[in-house]
Structures are given as structure tokens and as C-alpha cells.
Design a protein around this ligand. Structure first.
Ligand SMILES: [Zn+2]
Length: 614
């Protein structure tokens, strides 16, 4: 089976397709889209149509056929449409009897009311269609051109944003879009509605920005930032590999996350991200992250991730590359774009990366490679105890890539960096676009691109469960990791006279939730006061030293009253009460500081690491 993920809009103009879907939205208020799938040039007694179970980029079996209903199959001979028999062969595959006809049509409904970047969301205001969750494929015919005809009220929904290519100018018949094959179709979300659209040119290619939501958003400011992102990331690779790219941004309360595609990305953020620079940093890092994926994971990819088996889990041990490297580069690109100062970037490494990993006991229990292989069962189906059992390949994989970058910079006196390894992967993709990489090939390309022997070191980090050498490698660029106890700060009052010091906050290793006045333990970190006190998930904290607690604030206040002494907790588990003692621990913080005196070599390597190229 071939795998082609490159498509230019001019390749689809005036094409015809023997596999076509018509989408109607008259039931949109009930979150339904009606699909009519037409398959021509049928030549066998039966054909098999398959509904995928997962969306590439989101490693969980979601069984999209579960959202499908009212399925009916027909043979078509001229104007005559006759109901034909069909049966589900398994949970994904529908076998349709063709009765000698060379055209088959199948009608069905899809229910979509989940606002995530990987599921359909349809209501009277808009439709977000994920083709992989909506459109079945014909077994054995995924390499053909596929067309999608959108039939919606263009007065209500005047805008369509998608990486799918126009086949002909839109008309009263609807908007006809196309993909060179099913993989490209499955990869192409479609946003239809009255959203804000801006177009711009950057790195010699057309770009579209679609902002969806009901808040006022400064779209011109957003375009300015996107031009920076495109220029900075394209600079690493010597240009962009597409003719047109679509940034879809959802600004709805409570949403989050993103999903990458070959010529587009969907980025979901809370509208408050647009309010000020402080709050926009997450949005900007999300955009640099999902945009970088057009190179790393859509094109440069583990061998298991394209071509895909849409009917089952596609396991790979290489998500440290797909997501770890992307997590390292997202904030680095935000720095190179000028969204962060050098100090802000270093603080981000401390606060959002290293200090988070230091709070993951699971880093000593499972390697990042195994965490990747089991992503479908671990990261995407987390037990409440997950943090104690495995590290995220985003978090640990990103730090492995940071350390690898510093190692390369050190061993080449700053002449090479991870960028050079990345460019070697990119050159390999361009020569072999149809096949992904094995781990051995990937590591060999890193070595070829950087000229540094790194396989033993990298394999050790990827397979290991001991602490990574943060301190040693940060030292190469004149930085040191400082993990220390938080000291109380003096409070000033009135004319800035210090009158008291706040008792230092204490650390318990739990998270608590307030459920209608009942305080429940929702997570317990291994080797912390909460675990040593024998507490478990869903235990209820009823009283502290005999005083009833009905809010998490009361728990914190009562525990803070005596500075660090052991405290008596009255708890409830499974209908019975128990008593235990908890001994608070000091809160530690992690920061990255400049060494007292930076040497000229450390400064030289720091400059090589944090150079801004454009
Ligand atoms: Zn990602």
C-alpha cells in the first residue's frame, strides 16, 4: 500500500472521483450530519466499507462506528435506487451486496456533540467534521481520489476552512472538495460556520487563519504572531513543504489541546488566552507545537505511523520523537519567535518541564520507550495512580531532547545542534516520503546530521529509569539546577515595615477535591506524607485534629496552623472511619540559575544553543 500525504490544491481542480460523500446538515440542531456515500466502478459481488476506530495523532481507540446510525445500502442503476442487503462483518466493517450493480450508495447519520479536536461537533451554529470519524473507506480502494460535497445553507454558514482542496468553484449545488486518497481525506478536518477568516502569505505560501468562537478576538494580532511562527520554523527546514496551510483556532470556554495535520492544525484554547501576553504564552506554544508537527510526525514519522491501520491500535515506541521532540521545540520556537526572553525561556524549562518531571515518581518505574508503546493504555487511559507508574513521553521525551541538544552543542563546540539532526531527518523524508523511520534509522540520521556519536547515550536515556543528568548538561551552558526548600517571605504592611513572616507552605503529596462539602483525596504521590499516612484515592478527610473540615481551604488552614508538626486526620473509607497522622514536608522549588561566573566556553555554547536565526 502506498502512502502519500503531500497534496497541492492544483492537483484536485476539475478532477472526478468514483468515491464521493455528500454531507447534509438539516439535522444540525440535533448534532447530526447526514452522509450519503456513493461508490462507482464496483465490480465484485460485495464491497466492504470500513469506519475507522481512531484518529491519527490521538492514540486511543474511540470506535467511531458507535456514533453512526440509520445505515441503509442501495444499488443504483440509472435513476433506479434499490435497497440492498448488508451486514456488519465486525465492529468496523460493513459488507454490502452489490447484486451486479456497478454503483452502490450507503446513507447514514453521524452524531457529533463532543467539542474536542478529534471528534465531530455539530450544532445550529457550526459544524466541525473530522472525516476520519465520519467517512467510511472502501476496503482496497483507499489510494483513489475522494470527493466531499458539502450541502449546507451558505447564508447561515458562509465560511468553510479546511486543507481539502477545491475541485470546482462553489455553486448552489454546494462546495465540492477533494483529496488525492483516503489518508489525506481522513487527515482533513472541516470547519463550517460564520467564523472569522484571515489570509496571509508567509515563507512563499498561502495561509489561512480561522478563528471560531463567540468572543471578540484580535485576528490581526494573531496573524502577526503566525507570520513569526511560520518564518522561524520554516527557517530550520529551508522553507515549507506545502502550497497552503490552515490554522484553525477554537476559542471556547474550557476547551484545550490541539491536533496536527499535513496542511492544517486545530488549536483549542480558552478565550482568555487572547486577553494579554501573560495568558497568550500557552496559546503561542500550542501553535508552535502543532505547526511543527507538519514536519515532525506528519512527514518525519515512526514507521508505524503512516500508512495506518485504521481498524486497531498502531503501537510505536517512538513517541519520544513524535511528541517529545515537539514538546522540546515548541517552547524553544516560542523563544526564537521572540515570544519569550532568554530568561523567560529558561524559567519555562524549569517550571513547565524539569520541575514537573521531578514530581513524577513513575519516571523511576517505566522507560519513556515503554511509555510510548503503551500510550494507548497509559497516557490516553490514565488510572488515577498513573503519575506513580510511568512518565509521559511528552514530558520526559522533551527533556531527553533538551539534553541531547546540549550534548551535541558541547561535543561540536557549538557548531552543530539538534537542528542539524532534524535537518538530516527531513532530507531523509524528502528522499523517502512513502515510508516512515525505524528507531535505528532515526538515531543514525541524528548522528549523521550532527557528526556526534550519540546512540549509546540516547538509548540509555530512552530505556533507562534513573534520573537524567540535568545538572551536568545544563552546566555546559553555564546554568545550574537549584532544587531548594521554599523560604518564608516577610510580609510588608503600611509603610513597608516587615511585621510578620508567612509560615512556609507545606507539602503533602495529595490533591484534594471538594464534592459538596466532602473533601476527597483524588491523587496520592508515592513516598510523600499522604502516602506514608496510608491515605488512598477517594478517602474522605473528615477532620483535622478533631476539627471538622468542609472545604479544601479549611484543610489547608488547619494544617498550616502549626508549622510542620504531625497532625491527626479523621478519615472515612468505604463506610467506616479511621484515624491517621500526617507529617507535613517542606515545599521544594526547582529553578535554573546562572552559574556564579560563566566561563567564555559556557557563554559560547549558551549563545549557540539560544541563537535566534531570523
Ligand atoms: Zn503534539
Amino acid at each position: 500500500m502506498s502512502y502519500v500525504i503531500e497534496q497541492r490544491d492544483d492537483q484536485l481542480v476539475n478532477t472526478s472521483a468514483a468515491i464521493r460523500y455528500e454531507l447534509r446538515f438539516d439535522r444540525a440542531p440535533q448534532h447530526l450530519v447526514h452522509v450519503r456515500m456513493r461508490v462507482e466502478r464496483v465490480s465484485s459481488p460485495t464491497i466492504t466499507l470500513v469506519m475507522p476506530v481512531w484518529a491519527p495523532g490521538s492514540y486511543k481507540v474511540r470506535d467511531y462506528a458507535g456514533w453512526q446510525g440509520n445505515v441503509e445500502a442501495y444499488t443504483v442503476r440509472g435513476a433506479q435506487r434499490t435497497r440492498t442487503t448488508m451486514r456488519w462483518r465486525d465492529k468496523t466493517s460493513l459488507e454490502v451486496t452489490t447484486d451486479g450493480a456497478d454503483i452502490i450508495e450507503v446513507d447514514y447519520l453521524i452524531y457529533g456533540h463532543e467539542r474536542t479536536v478529534r471528534t465531530n461537533h455539530i450544532n445550529r451554529m457550526h459544524a466541525f467534521i473530522m472525516p476520519v470519524a465520519t467517512l467510511m473507506y472502501v476496503e482496497g480502494r483507499t489510494d483513489e481520489i475522494h470527493h466531499v460535497l458539502l450541502k449546507h445553507d451558505a447564508k447561515l454558514w458562509p465560511k468553510v476552512s479546511t486543507q481539502l482542496s477545491p475541485v470546482r468553484p462553489s455553486s448552489s449545488d454546494g462546495i465540492l472538495l477533494g483529496a488525492l486518497n483516503y489518508d489525506l481525506l481522513a487527515d482533513s478536518p472541516i470547519e463550517i460556520g460564520d467564523h472569522v477568516v484571515k489570509t496571509f502569505t508567509a515563507a512563499g505560501a498561502k495561509h489561512e487563519l480561522a478563528i471560531c468562537g463567540y468572543h471578540e478576538v484580535d485576528a490581526d494580532w494573531m496573524v502577526e504572531q503566525l507570520v513569526r511562527i511560520v518564518d522561524v520554523e520554516a527557517n530550520v527546514f529551508g522553507g515549507v513543504p506545502y502550497d497552503r496551510y490552515v490554522f484553525i483556532i477554537w476559542a471556547y470556554p474550557g476547551v484545550g489541546g490541539g491536533l496536527e495535520h499535513a496542511r492544517s492544525s486545530v488549536n483549542a484554547v480558552d478565550p482568555s488566552s487572547f486577553l494579554d501576553k501573560g495568558r497568550s504564552s500557552g496559546l503561542l506554544s500550542l501553535l508552535t507545537h502543532e505547526y511543527f508537527h507538519l514536519w515532525n510526525v506528519k512527514r518525519i514519522r515512526p514507521v508505524e505511523l503512516g500508512p495506518f491501520d485504521y481498524t486497531r491500535e498502531n503501537l510505536t515506541s517512538m513517541l519520544w520523537l513524535a511528541e517529545g521532540m515537539t514538546s522540546y521545540y515548541d517552547d524553544l520556537f516560542a523563544y526564537r519567535c521572540g515570544f519569550l526572553t532568554q530568561r523567560e525561556y529558561i524559567n519555562t524549562l524549569a517550571n513547565d518541564h524539569i520541575s514537573k518531571l521531578l514530581r513524577v515518581p513513575g519516571r523511576f518505574r517505566m522507560s519513556v520507550r515503554d511509555s510510548s508503546t503503551l500510550a494507548w493504555l497509559k497516557l490516553y487511559m490514565q488510572s488515577p495512580d498513573a503519575n506513580n507508574r510511568f512518565p509521559s513521553y511528552y514530558l520526559k521525551g522533551g527533556i531527553v531532547m533538551l539534553l541531547l541538544d546540549l550534548h551535541v552543542i558541547d561535543h561540536t563546540d557549538g557548531k552543530k545542534s539538534l537542528d542539524d539532526g532534524l535537518r538530516a531527518l527531513w532530507a531523509h523524508y524528502k528522499a523517502n516520503p512513502e515510508k516512515g523511520l525505524t528507531e535505528a534509522e532515526c538515531i543514525a540520521l541524528f548522528e549523521r546530521g550532527t557528526g556526534v556519536q550519540l546512540r549509546d547515550l540516547l538509548n540509555g536515556w530512552l530505556d533507562g529509569t534513573t534520573e537524567l543528568p540535568f545538572g551536568e548538561l545544563l552546566g555546559k551552558v553555564g546554568l545550574e539546577l537549584d532544587v531548594s526548600v521554599v523560604q518564608p517571605k516577610a510580609i510588608t504592611f503600611g509603610e513597608a515595615r516587615a511585621f510578620a513572616s508567612v509560615p512556609p507552605s507545606k507539602f503533602y503529596g495529595w490533591t484534594l477535591a471538594d464534592q459538596g462539602g466532602r473533601i476527597l483525596v483524588k491523587s496520592v504521590e508515592d513516598e510523600t506524607p499522604a502516602q506514608l499516612a496510608g491515605l488512598g484515592i477517594d478517602d474522605e478527610i473528615v477532620a483535622v485534629d478533631g476539627k471538622r473540615v468542609t472545604s479544601t481551604t479549611m484543610v489547608e488552614q488547619f494544617l498550616a496552623e502549626r508549622r510542620g508538626e504531625p497532625r491527626q486526620l479523621t478519615c472515612h473509607c468505604d463506610g467506616r472511619m479511621f484515624e491517621t497522622t500526617i507529617t507535613p514536608a517542606p515545599v521544594q522549588t526547582c529553578s535554573i540559575k546562572d552559574v556564579a561566573t560563566i566561563s567564555s566556553r559556557q557563554q559560547q555554547l549558551r549563545d549557540a544553543w539560544l541563537k535566534r536565526l531570523v
